[in-house]
Design a protein around this ligand. Structure first.
Ligand SMILES: [Zn+2]
Length: 282
């Protein structure tokens, strides 16, 4: 970069510039850490390019409670372990409660509590940023459940609030990152995605501890979360097709899956019918 009065300055790019980007503004700023950053404001001709919808790059994500996320490609993402951070925070809060209200020591400890809070929050945000980046970059079409207020009610108070907050943050991050990457994002109705059979559509009661989906109607067997992820993907595809997308050629969504599920689906745009062809264990 060349700046008047300073001359040439070497830059390290954190992200690649699109070839057709027009640099409109440059802001130079110093962070509290002492590092200098140049923030480039760029304009591209038509905004982010729309990715072609490759059926192999469509994904449904089940934001679970025990695992963090399970998708239709068989990727299961464990939630991050925040127990150390949580313990440190609780310890700091206990210490604060022992200080005399409003004293200098209390004020000092109050700041420690604030720092512990920030640590926890940053670690969780960092995890959610990475996860949402992964989906927005790897896929052309992402379908995810909308926040399930009803499902969250089944959890005990504290973890309900935490799960709800993390879920909401994840959805927001995923949506804006998808927009940035030109990836189609759909949030679908979360009701019954776990109970419904991804193969035949029949709903069966399934308490939280039942980890396997085994359909009494058609015999289709799959991991509980994988089955839910398949339902989320097909709801997303339906929703998107229903949104009045003009399309002459049928979109085929016959997706390769992990070993535990092998439901295969063909979606035809014309009739919006969903053909379910389970070839899983029976
Ligand atoms: Zn079934």
């Amino acid at each position: 970069m060349w700046l008047s009065k300073l001359g040439e300055i070497p830059l390290t790019f954190h992200r690649d510039l699109p070839d057709d980007a027009d640099i409109k503004t440059v802001t130079v700023k110093q962070e509290p850490t002492g590092k200098w950053y140049a923030i480039l404001g760029v304009e591209t001709p038509d905004g982010p390019p729309e990715k072609p919808e490759n059926p192999e790059r469509c994904v449904g994500i089940d934001v679970g409670i025990l695992k963090y996320a399970h998708d239709t490609d068989g990727t299961a993402v464990e939630s991050i372990d925040l127990s150390d951070e949580r313990e440190r925070l609780e310890r700091a809060q206990r210490d604060l409660s022992r200080k005399e209200d409003g004293s200098a020591n209390w004020e000092k400890q109050r700041r420690v509590v604030a720092e512990r809070h920030a640590e926890l929050k940053n670690k969780r945000r960092d995890f959610l940023h990475k996860l949402s980046n992964y989906y927005a970059r790897e896929y052309d079409f992402v379908s995810v459940e909308d926040l399930d207020a009803k499902g969250l009610v089944e959890l005990p108070g504290n973890s309900r609030n935490r799960a709800g907050a993390a879920w909401g943050t994840f959805l927001r991050m995923l949506e804006y990152k998808c927009e940035r990457e030109g990836t189609h994002f759909v949030a679908v109705n979360p009701r019954g995605t776990t109970k419904e059979c991804a193969s035949c559509g029949v709903s069966t009661e399934k308490p939280l501890w039942v980890r396997e989906h085994s359909c009494p109607a058609c015999g289709f067997k799959a991991d509980r979360d994988a089955n839910a992820a398949w339902n989320i993907l097909s709801r997303g595809v339906k929703k998107r097709l229903g949104a009045g997308r003009s399309e002459e050629t049928p979109v085929e969504a016959a997706l390769p899956v992990d070993t535990s599920v092998s439901a295969k689906r063909v979606v035809e745009t014309g009739s919006l019918t969903l053909k379910r062809e389970p070839s899983g264990e029976r």
